[in-house]
Design a protein around this ligand. Structure first.
Ligand SMILES: Cc1ncc(COP(=O)(O)O)c(C=O)c1O
Length: 259
């Protein structure tokens, strides 16, 4: 968890216990393990449990999902910008899975043919429950926060996700940078993962047939988080600086040389 998230929670009056990221979720040392221990030790302790609490996907089924549908329906189709009037494909990452499960329920109820594509970092087991008890040979670890887990959260309904795309950190940072530079959207790493996965899927044969190459189709990409939560992360400093001297920096250096 980033320093920014920790100090924001502290400002709100919370106490934060740091746990090792690499601790398996079922171990006593993990974030979940420590929370369970504290629940027993603190009189009246409760765990709101975003991993199993049905209020998590419900908030997206009855909040985020209808909001997206309304936005699409209220954006008229014009000759210069055609619209099918519905969500043709939805792309979202999965951490608890509440977002993708809830939005999927809402949009598929509205249009059963909507396609839902989940984005999962390489090294996470969320996309493949059948691999849970096996070593899958994919030892990639990831730095991106908020998506991916080493267990399947109870609120994630795999039935609601039609396909999964696996992504790595580098393509996530590159896509986040592109969003910043071209759209002015200062997003976090998981947003970059979702965009990278979405762009890859849209250029597959199935993606091209269903939305990527068809005018008027609406592809909705969920960008869950802003960069302010990650300003102190080394990956952001690298991403912001870029890899070498920019054209603008060269131009400025030339201009300043002139008498
Ligand atoms: C930054 C970020 N991205 C993505 C997600 C994934 O959302 P969900 O837990 O609903 O799957 C989260 C969840 O907390 C998050 O913090």
């Amino acid at each position: 968890m980033s320093l920014e998230k920790e100090i924001t929670l502290r400002a709100l009056g919370a106490e934060i216990i740091r746990t090792p990221t690499e601790a398996p979720s079922e171990s006593e040392e993990s974030n979940i393990g420590v929370a369970k221990r504290l629940q027993k030790l603190i009189p009246g302790g409760v765990i709101l449990d975003q991993y199993n609490n049905p209020a998590n996907p419900d908030a997206h089924e009855f909040g985020t999902g209808p909001e997206i549908i309304e936005a699409i329906e209220n954006t008229p189709s014009t000759t210069s910008r055609l619209s099918s009037g519905k969500v043709d494909v939805l792309f979202a990452g999965a951490g608890t899975g509440g977002t993708i499960t809830g939005i999927s329920r809402a949009i598929k109820r509205h249009h059963p043919n909507s396609i839902v594509v989940g984005i999962d970092p390489k090294g996470s087991l969320i996309a493949r429950p059948e691999e849970l008890n096996k070593l899958d040979g994919e030892s990639a670890s990831y730095v991106v926060e908020g998506i991916g887990y080493d267990f399947i959260p109870g609120v994630l309904s795999h039935d609601q996700v039609d396909q999964w795309v696996k992504t790595d950190d580098n393509e996530a940072w590159a896509a986040a940078r592109k969003l910043m530079r071209t759209e002015g959207l200062l997003v976090g790493g998981s947003s970059g993962s979702v965009l990278a996965g979405a762009l890859r899927w849209l250029t597959t044969e199935e993606g091209m047939m269903s939305a990527g190459g068809v005018e008027g189709k609406n592809a909705v990409i969920i960008l869950p988080d802003g960069i302010r939560n990650y300003m102190s992360k080394p990956w952001f400093a690298e991403l912001a600086r870029g890899d070498g001297q920019s054209e603008l920096a060269k131009q400025i250096a030339e201009l300043l040389k002139k008498p």
